[in-house]
Design a protein around this ligand. Structure first.
Ligand code: ADP
Ligand code: MG
Ligand code: ZN
Length: 493
């Protein structure tokens, strides 16, 4: 049992996937030559005036609603003044006094850990993480340190890329809660299509604020802020390291400095980067070049009307309405592409449970074998549902269904055409099957005789013979019926 408790609050920066920047019309695309996408606005030339990208505001309102925030009716921008070489304007345009969203929350499901009582991975507990606020701001440029030449270059192309900053309340107590939140947040952002949520590529950047306090203590301890966490693994390790470090300091009678620390990926430890600035040191003041945003009820309703069902709600509905196991429902709502595939498939085969089973049992395996992320799959949306239907209707066997499914993913096979070309059709024509049965009965007079005098288990034998006679191509249910009829019919012998 640990004698202290860890308290964590997050600041998450989300890069929005708009075509153009937040205050000018430069493209947000990366990958070109350095400084390829800059203009007088984002490069901070004197006299250039910013204009808010409408799409950024729409995305911000959408995200605020998805995070159950109150949308601020008179939201505005503020200047956060500081000097840094990657910030040509000398200030960031952010929101301090009237951020676009406040007082939201997100419910997360956390896999049970021994610390918290749960034991198995299936056992999940739900926790509400409160969102303190959500605001819009512009990104800074990128410093590229050339160690060998001992110089630093600056790429301003990232200046003005739109960011949303999501600030949580200090509601986390365990690293698992933090990673569960980040996973759910990423899923949510992708499902509402405002960001690609790629942590490694910097479109989801996480700062971890952390303090420790003795177990049972109410008052929060002094916190440090950790930056440069670019993977879930780094977040988990950094939290463990920093909590232990702080507790050691406190136990030794020391005090925690309010500072920004950097996580060193190689050494797996944090080190002090700079003393933490207070808001007052940034000399924030209302941005004079941008008007106050008057957000109407109508505007909010408009955005709300395009808010899709969120992954958490979807998952609960799958469990309740369709009786899917919690685990399956979690996987099916984990990823937007899989969710879309599942819903389309369920609609076509009119069997959500069957669609779920095929996806969980076969499709995920196929993707795995192909070493493919769901985002990369190019399967025709209708194919899986049509294939399941072919199996359900007894037109092809289960095994053929699996083969066909694989072909649909790997070579874009069209179900009917492929079944035709590979002779997968099962024989279900009653007349054809009756002929097969007649032949089998004629060939096996002894077994038939025994059956008629009460040896009922010979039925299975005769069915096997009949199936073999069709080369395994008979619809099992139809063949069984034909055999029953054949045996009940007039004595052929
Ligand atoms: P700043 O902008 O100076 O970083 P904020 O007030 O915006 O400060 O808070 C930043 C984050 O720090 C929030 O996520 C909040 O939940 C978290 N936080 C605040 N106090 C503590 C604390 N004592 N321990 C851990 N996290 C904290
Ligand atoms: Mg901060
Ligand atoms: Zn620009």
């Amino acid at each position: 049992m640990r004698e202290f408790e860890t308290v964590v609050g997050l600041e998450v920066h989300v890069e929005l996937k708009t075509e153009s920047k937040i205050f000018c019309s430069c493209p947000t695309k990366f990958g070109g030559a350095a400084n390829a996408h800059i203009c007088e606005v984002c490069a901070g030339l004197p006299g250039a005036l910013p204009r808010l990208n409408r799409k950024v505001l729409d995305y911000a309102i959408l995200t605020a609603l998805a995070l159950r925030c109150d949308v601020t009716r008179e939201s505005r921008f503020d200047r956060k003044n500081y000097f840094y070489p990657d910030l040509p304007k000398g200030y960031q345009i952010s929101q301090l006094y009237a951020p676009i969203g406040r007082n939201g929350y997100m419910d997360i499901d956390i896999a049970g850990s021994p610390e918290t009582g749960g034991s198995s991975a299936d056992e999940k507990r739900r926790k509400r993480i409160r969102i303190h606020e959500l605001h819009m701001e512009d990104d800074a440029g990128k410093l590229i340190h050339e160690e060998t030449e001992n110089i630093t270059r600056i790429d301003f192309s990232r200046c003005g890329v739109p960011l949303l900053e999501i600030v949580t309340e200090p509601d986390f107590r365990e690293p698992e809660e933090v990673t569960a939140f980040l996973e759910d947040l990423r899923r949510l952002l992708k499902s509402i299509d405002v960001s690609d949520g790629k942590m490694q590529e910097g479109s989801l950047r996480v700062d971890v604020n952390l303090s420790v306090r003795p177990k049972g203590e109410e008052a929060l301890g002094t916190r440090t802020e950790m930056k440069n966490l670019s993977s879930f693994r780094a977040v988990t390790k950094a939290i463990a390291f920093e909590a232990d470090r702080q507790w050691e300091v406190l136990r030794g009678g020391g005090v925690i400095q309010r500072e920004t620390r950097r996580w060193d990926e190689q050494k797996e430890e944090t080190f002090a980067m700079r003393k933490k600035e207070d808001a007052s040191e940034y000399k924030y003041y209302p941005e004079p070049d941008l008007p106050v945003l008057h957000i109407t009820e109508q505007k909010i309703d408009e955005v709300r009307s395009v808010l899709p069902e969120l992954p958490g709600e979807k998952k609960r509905r799958y469990i309740k309405e369709w009786n899917l196991p919690e685990y399956d429902a979690g996987i099916l709502t984990e990823n937007k592409e899989i969710t879309v595939l599942f819903e389309k498939t369920a609609e076509i085969c009119k069997d959500p449970k069957g669609a779920s089973n095929w996806i969980m049992g076969e499709i995920l395996k196929i993707l795995n074998d192909m070493n493919m992320q769901p985002e990369e799959m190019k399967v025709r949306a209708e194919s899986p549902g049509e294939i399941i239907l072919l199996v359900k209707e007894g037109r092809i066997s289960r095994a053929s269904g699996k083969e066909l499914l694989r072909a649909a993913f790997t070579e874009n096979a069209m179900p009917e055409e492929y079944a035709e070309a590979h002779d997968l059709w099962l024989i279900s024509d009653p007349e054809k099957l009756a002929d097969v049965i007649t032949e089998v009965l004629e060939k096996n007079p002894k077994a038939v005789g025994e059956y008629k005098s009460g040896k009922t288990k010979n039925f299975q034998f005769l069915l096997g013979q009949a199936m073999r006679a069709t080369g395994g191509k008979a619809d099992p249910a139809a063949l069984r019926k034909a055999l029953e009829e054949g045996l009940a019919g007039p004595d052929l012998l």
